[in-house]
Design a protein around this ligand. Structure first.
Ligand SMILES: Cc1cc2nc3c(=O)[nH]c(=O)nc-3n(C[C@H](O)[C@H](O)[C@H](O)COP(=O)(O)OP(=O)(O)OC[C@H]3O[C@@H](n4cnc5c(N)ncnc54)[C@H](O)[C@@H]3O)c2cc1C
Ligand SMILES: NC(=O)c1ccc[n+]([C@@H]2O[C@H](COP(=O)([O-])OP(=O)(O)OC[C@H]3O[C@@H](n4cnc5c(N)ncnc54)[C@H](O)[C@@H]3O)[C@@H](O)[C@H]2O)c1
Length: 482
């Protein structure tokens, strides 16, 4: 075979990771901790979508919104927080949280653990070989002795609609990084990004219209969750239209107001439109065709995160489509890192059984998520419908959160709801969902119960402190036992 690169640009490592988002960073951390050498390739910023255009900036925008809302429900405090939010100060804090879109801190950390960073676009050349096209036209070829991990994440999907590309729509990137408040913001999509960004921009002063294709918000959660969130957004003045389809977008010359045309001919005018319509894998130009895989596809993996049909290629995080969440991707990274190290050393037996050290079992049974809406929403494990579809014999136990003493103290006029889904054959919890102020911190207790498969009879002895929101557990268990 002809060698087309100079030898100084050829490098060999035990493990090569493509994509330095939170997941790629955790893979190199784990394999370095196990004593393997590692290189990581990044085309944009070390830290990935999560650090600069997703989790971190969105939560920096939402924290004051939720804190103000909670404070307005506390007697003696509400009068002090009736003014508008200082949007400019919030944006300045957001910019600080994302390090002004620079990654020096993350580079220092990777240096400190001995990981070599290659800046540029990475592509597979063949089994265990990765090419990096650097920003100055330089080219490196990296060979992995043991494994390549694809951690290239996902990007926002824009539907193929007439007029959309010329209309300069926002995706999640602009919605999390803008420092201008649109007078009227149209949000297309009622999933997590749509709901969180509608919540934030409404609080900064935008008049928000949500255009939702389905019957309600947050359709991946129990129906009552989206109903509570929609009722609260509507009560604050947002216009939520369900069962509508967008057919075209018009913004003449790319400036001025934008018009979103709906099926049936109705239309909505705004100053900006956000498309929060889901994600696509960043795999269209990473050389998948060189290793017999389909460019642009989500990558199928086994529970050790190894790509189906290979013994050297791993796909970790958003790119495998198991759970598009930072914490779950980082969990996968810990599992994959351990599996790569165990296979590389050949001395340690792999435990790929359910809940074993090298199996990402929680991806199937216990993925937790908190939506930072107002009120907050959170869930783990199976919803009632999912549990029934999976063939479990189940019972859903419901609780109006206003019956919890701690809730009344947390917020006057507390409105919220909780549900646990119980497997009647094993008497363990398969899933739990919560909506209400402050419930984001409740979900981890549910995660422990689901992952631990803690019998209901034993949970009865897990006494929640009085008077906290956690007493929701006591009320749910009482309702189940009665
Ligand atoms: C608005 C928004 C808010 C969110 N909020 C939350 C939240 O609160 N909590 C939560 O858990 N999750 C949240 N998520 C989801 C979370 O952002 C993702 O699950 C997470 O970023 C996935 O991490 P990752 O490392 O797999 O991918 P990414 O974070 O997408 O990182 C992939 C990296 O790979 C790089 N890359 C891609 N292709 C190449 C290539 N060919 N060569 C070199 N480098 C490449 C990219 O530049 C990027 O840096 C949010 C998502 C959005 C859009
Ligand atoms: N707090 C968090 O954990 C958090 C926050 C934000 C995002 N995320 C993650 O990021 C991922 C992406 O979020 P998202 O909200 O973009 O995706 P999503 O898949 O959750 O929601 C997208 C919504 O857009 C709708 N949609 C798709 N095409 C449409 C069209 N042409 N017109 C109208 N509606 C359309 C879909 O029906 C869906 O309800 C999620 O999987 C989520 O897990 C997590």
């Amino acid at each position: 075979m002809t060698r087309t690169v100079e030898s100084e640009h050829e490098h060999e490592y035990d493990v090569v990771v493509l994509g330095a988002g939170p997941v790629g960073e955790n893979v190199v951390d784990r394999v370095r901790a196990a004593g393997l050498s590692a290189a990581i390739v990044e085309s944009e910023l070390i830290g990935g979508e999560c650090s600069y255009w997703a989790c971190m900036p969105s939560k920096a925008l939402l924290r004051p919104v939720i804190a103000r809302s909670d404070a307005r429900k506390v007697a003696g405090l509400r009068q002090s927080v009736y003014g508008p939010l200082d949007a400019l100060e919030v944006f300045a804090h957001r910019d600080e949280v994302v390090g002004d879109w620079t990654d020096d801190g993350q580079v220092d950390w990777l240096d400190s653990i001995g990981v070599r960073i290659f800046r540029g676009h990475g592509r597979l050349l063949g089994p265990r070989r990765v090419e990096v096209a650097g920003p100055e036209g330089e080219r490196h070829v990296l060979t992995a002795r043991h494994a390549v991990a694809v951690c290239t994440g996902s990007r926002a999907v824009l539907p193929d609609l007439p007029g959309l590309s010329g209309a300069r729509p926002w995706t999640s990137r602009e919605a999390t990084s803008s420092d201008r408040v649109p007078g009227r913001l149209i949000v297309v999509g009622g999933g997590v990004v749509g709901v969180e960004m509608a919540t934030a921009w409404h609080a900064f002063g935008s008049k928000v219209t949500m255009l939702v294709r389905g019957g309600g918000l947050l359709p991946r959660m129990e129906p009552f969750v989206g109903e509570h969130v929609a009722a609260a957004l509507t009560a604050r003045g947002a216009d939520i239209r369900t069962g509508v389809s967008v057919t075209a977008v018009v913004r003449d010359g790319g400036t001025g107001p934008v018009t979103v045309v709906l099926e049936g001919g109705d239309h909505v005018e705004g100053d900006q439109v956000l498309f929060a319509t889901g994600r696509a894998p960043r795999t269209e130009d990473i050389g998948l065709e060189k290793v017999g895989l389909k460019p642009g596809s989500w990558l199928d993996v086994d529970d050790s995160l190894r790509v189906t049909g290979t013994d050297w290629l791993y796909a970790v995080g958003d790119v495998n489509h198991r759970a598009l969440l930072t914490h779950q991707g980082k969990y996968q990274a810990r599992i994959a890192g351990g599996a790569i190290a165990a296979r590389a050393k050949g001395t340690e037996a792999l435990d790929e059984s359910n809940w074993g050290a090298h199996a990402a079992t929680a991806d199937h049974a216990a993925v937790p998520q908190v939506v930072f809406s107002d009120p907050e929403a959170a869930a783990v494990g199976l919803s009632l419908a999912e549990a029934e579809r999976a063939g479990h014999r189940v019972r859903a136990v419901d609780l109006d959160m206003s019956h919890v003493a701690g809730a009344g103290l947390y917020a006057q006029g507390y409105r919220g709801h909780a549900r646990m889904v119980v497997d009647l054959d094993r008497e363990v919890i398969l899933g739990a969902s919560f909506v209400g102020p402050g419930i984001g911190e409740l979900v981890h207790s549910a995660t422990v119960a689901v992952v631990g498969e803690v019998p209901i009879a034993r949970l009865w002895h897990a006494v929640p402190s009085y008077p906290t929101l956690s007493e929701a557990w006591l009320r749910l268990l009482e309702a189940y036992r009665s």
